[in-house]
Design a protein around this ligand. Structure first.
Ligand code: GUN
Ligand code: ZN
Length: 429
């Protein structure tokens, strides 16, 4: 049994949603200390109270650094790690030019393992402790990520990306193989240690109705799995979907009609939505994932975070690596702030941090396990240095309160601000 641990610092936990009537700052409670045992959080409180409660614990003092839940990135493509920041294309051309040729390489288990390890190293260094990743059509690509996450004790969601049309030779499966290979991966990995399987049709342009139907049936047989896909990212894409599914009422209907809408459905992007789609997303308990660096980088549009939050949608935040241009959830929060500014609805630092932790965890239905610092939650956490560079430090010197100081790191911080990362209590950075 590992020794109990008490971390001292400015420990922040959410007691409400900062988007609720509570208001952003009242939604956050600050503690002096947090105690960890066996990979879980066992207490929060004053230093004196925790030392008294756990007399044998090791004490680790982080001074005035801020201790937060580890970041949760609710939509990524780990196989796109090596082609992040590829120039000059919009969605469909970007997929054909950069993404598909790279994804072709993941039939090689050795290459998949190399990129999976590289991806988890890069994101952990940025303070991300949980990701929900698309893999490629190759089961080897899923094996590689789950195996790497399992070795690291990390909570990860992933699934085999299914495509049986509008993708190059070598990157297409069939309705039957998509179903059977996904089923075999579910049997092998879903619910093992900290791993969750997500049934993953890439998006309706690359799946035939027969494939969507097969995956709908698979989800009905395994309802504890998540289902992740893309929805209404670019206008050209929506036009394409209209042509491919003339019977469908709208883009969402191409999923809904095949049993791919409900609690545990996670839709990336969801920028250009019709009123019917918004209603059905909310009523069904589905989740939306805001991918701001991707939406500006690929030129997709401005997600209506304010409006969607106000109507009660379940929303997470994500990098969308490698359509997104950063591995860092700090950079992603900054981009979410900028997009909200362009819509005239500024976000508070507490709201940004909530989206990157509880919001994303909740979008992945993991809100009782990760994404907050509370008793019985898993001990995934990040320690932020609020003066990590001279540029940030000089701004923080002028800050009147914690929120002003934190906001400077949200807007200007990178992996240098990540002072320590713990996964299930174990120090990994
Ligand atoms: N739509 C379908 N596939 C993808 C992808 O890999 N990235 C993004 N951003 N959008 C997609
Ligand atoms: Zn994506």
């Amino acid at each position: 049994m590992e020794q109990d641990l008490i971390l001292l610092g400015r420990v922040l936990s959410f007691v409400a949603s900062p988007f609720s009537e509570t208001g952003p700052e009242a939604a956050v409670q600050e503690h002096e200390a947090i105690a960890l045992r066996g990979g879980r959080i066992v207490a929060l409180g004053t230093r004196a109270a925790l030392v008294k409660a756990l007399p044998g614990a090791q004490l680790l003092d982080h001074g005035d650094k801020v201790i937060l839940p580890g970041f949760v990135d609710a939509h990524v493509h780990y196989p796109q790690t090596a082609i992040i920041a590829s120039w000059g294309k919009r969605l469909i051309d970007w997929l054909n030019t950069y993404t598909f040729p790279e994804e072709m390489r993941f039939g090689d288990a050795g290459y998949a393992a190399e990129i999976a390890a590289r991806y988890l190293d890069l994101t952990t260094a940025c303070g991300t402790t949980t990701v929900a990743s698309y893999c490629t059509i190759h089961p080897e690509s899923v094996e590689a990520l789950f195996a790497a996450a399992q070795t690291r004790g990390q909570r990860v969601v992933a699934g085999k990306t299914c495509m049986d049309r509008n993708a190059p030779e070598g990157l297409r499966d069939t309705p039957q193989t998509a179903h059977d290979e996904s089923a075999a991966l579910i049997a092998r990995w879903h619910g093992v240690d900290r791993l969750t399987y997500a049934i993953t049709p890439r998006f309706s342009p690359t799946s035939t109705p027969e494939q969507l139907e097969a995956l709908g049936a698979l989800w009905a047989a395994h309802p504890s799995c998540l289902m992740q896909t893309h929805l209404s990212e670019q206008l050209d894409e929506i036009e394409w979907v209209r042509g491919l599914f003339p019977q469908a009422r709208d883009y969402l209907d191409t999923y809904e009609g095949f049993g791919l809408l409900g609690e545990g459905a996670v839709f990336g992007h969801a920028i250009h939505l019709q009123p019917r789609e918004r209603d059905r997303l909310r009523e069904s308990g589905a989740s939306l994932v805001h991918c701001p660096t991707s939406n500006t980088f690929i030129g997709s549009g401005l997600f209506d975070l304010h409006g969607l939050m106000a109507e009660g949608q379940r929303i997470g935040l994500a990098t969308d690596t490698g359509g997104g241009s950063s591995f860092s959830m700090l950079r992603t929060m900054a981009a979410a702030y900028e997009v909200a500014q362009l819509r005239g609805t500024p976000l508070h630092a507490a709201q940004l941090l909530w989206l990157a932790t509880q919001g994303s965890a909740s979008a992945l239905r993991l809100q009782d396990k990760v994404g907050n610092l509370a008793v019985d939650m898993e001990a995934d956490l990040v320690v932020l240095d609020l003066a990590s560079t001279p540029a940030i430090a000089q701004r923080v010197a002028r800050a009147d309160d914690l929120w002003e100081a934190l906001f400077a790191t949200v807007m200007m911080g990178d992996d240098r601000a990540i002072s320590e990362v713990r996964i299930a209590g174990r120090k990994v950075v």
